[in-house]
Ligand binder design. Structure first.
Ligand SMILES: [Zn+2]
Length: 390
């Protein structure tokens, strides 16, 4: 059955009163067919419309053999249907899709880059064009040209061409399909076979902004936004920029310079902190060595592993001793005694049977205990081992 596709003939129609021609249940959902419809089904790179029928939200719209099915979560009563289109969503799709025609035509006409695919998603729109190297200059020029054509407010219209008429218009590509083609023409500028919905004049695209271009499978993927999406993107970016201006207390034009300078300053400060930490560790080591000959058993639950290792090295630079630093769940061990214990071996023989995980060389090692009781047990063993050696 062929039903009237009003989304083609009247793409600005937002409400519809019509008849329900069939309805059936499939896996708990209801597939409804109407005598005519304003709801666009997924196809041609464009997502399906949403909206309501008799107040019930539409979950999906798809087309099969020329019939448009509206998927509803519950059945419709009676035989008449009142459809209401989610207009902001449709207008958004028409703006992105029409902008894509414009941008693809510009890349092809000005640079010879064909469009191989088009993505219209909730998050972003993109086209893949046949060049591995789109220059920044080409990108900016294409964007400027697109916005010129939007300002020119060129009419956009559709018609059907029979195969024998294909030669009458400069089609970008002829699809490998038999039968007639639906052509979307941007007056005198672009002729593309397409099954989507489009604006009536290029001015309704409003604005086209290219966000970025990146290499993709030997081509370039160009990300762009049109109309309301571009405005929303501008609003969001302006908000971020305004917050930065307020936080940094500099004019907008100086934000990047200021952040770069602050990052540079941060690097210098981090280097300074590291130097001061080193000096502090050195002082701490001197204080420890001045008070005792070792072995040094230290409790530093707040310290990191690199800090503990640095402290141990600082102590061993000053004296011959064994250093054991307890970080809470982990021990860092080191010594420089000529006849000191083999730390790596000790961990293997004594700590691992207690559930300790770790190891090391004869003079430097570390071990982690999931159970703090076992860590204390190992410390006891270690003290005995040292007492026996001395
Ligand atoms: Zn299209």
């Amino acid at each position: 059955m062929i039903i009237a596709k009003l989304y083609y003939s009247q793409p600005w129609l937002r409400e519809l009163d019509t008849r329900i021609t069939s309805q059936r249940e499939v896996e708990g959902k209801y597939l409804v067919v109407l005598a005519e419809t304003i709801f666009y089904p997924t196809g041609g790179g464009q997502p399906h419309d949403l909206g309501t029928i008799n107040g019930i939200p539409i979950l999906d719209v798809f087309e099969e053999d020329g019939t448009v099915f509206h998927v509803l979560p519950e059945p419709l009563e009676g035989s008449s249907a009142h459809g209401v289109l989610d207009w902001p969503r449709r207008l958004d799709h028409m703006q992105q899709h029409s902008g894509q025609h414009l941008l693809s035509a510009i890349f092809q006409d000005e640079y010879g880059y064909r469009t191989e695919s088009f993505h219209l998603g909730a998050e972003y729109c993109s086209i893949d064009i046949t060049t591995p190297d789109l220059t920044r200059q080409e990108q900016l020029a294409a964007e400027a040209r697109a916005n010129e054509l939007i300002l020119e407010d060129l009419p956009v219209f559709t018609y059907t061409l029979q195969p024998e008429e294909f030669g009458q218009v400069p089609l970008r590509k002829i699809p490998d399909l038999p039968g007639p083609l639906r052509i979307v023409e941007i007056q005198g500028f672009d002729y593309s076979p397409c099954s989507g919905t489009h604006v009536g004049k290029t001015g309704q695209i409003g604005l086209l902004k290219i966000l970025k271009a990146e290499r993709y499978k030997g081509m370039t993927r160009v990300y762009f936004l049109c109309g309301g999406r571009a405005l929303e993107d501008y609003r969001r970016k302006h908000e971020i920029c305004s917050e930065l201006v307020a936080l940094l207390a500099v004019p907008e034009g100086e934000v990047v310079e200021r952040v770069s300078a602050d990052l540079e300053r941060r690097k210098e400060l981090e280097k300074l902190v590291e130097e001061l930490q080193g000096e502090l560790l050195e002082l701490r080591a001197r204080e420890l060595v001045s008070r005792s000959e070792g072995p040094f058993f230290l409790e530093l639950p707040e310290a990191s592993i690199p800090e503990a290792q640095r402290l141990a090295r600082a102590v061993l630079n000053l004296t011959q001793a064994l250093v054991v630093i307890n970080l809470g769940e982990r021990l860092v061990l080191a010594h420089n005694l000529p006849a000191g214990p083999n730390l790596g071996q000790l961990i293997k023989d004594q700590a691992q049977p207690l559930g300790g995980r770790g190891g090391g060389s004869p003079t430097a090692a570390q071990v982690y205990f999931p159970d703090p009781g076992r860590l204390q047990e190992f410390l006891g063993v270690l003290r005995q081992e040292i007492a026996g050696k001395s």
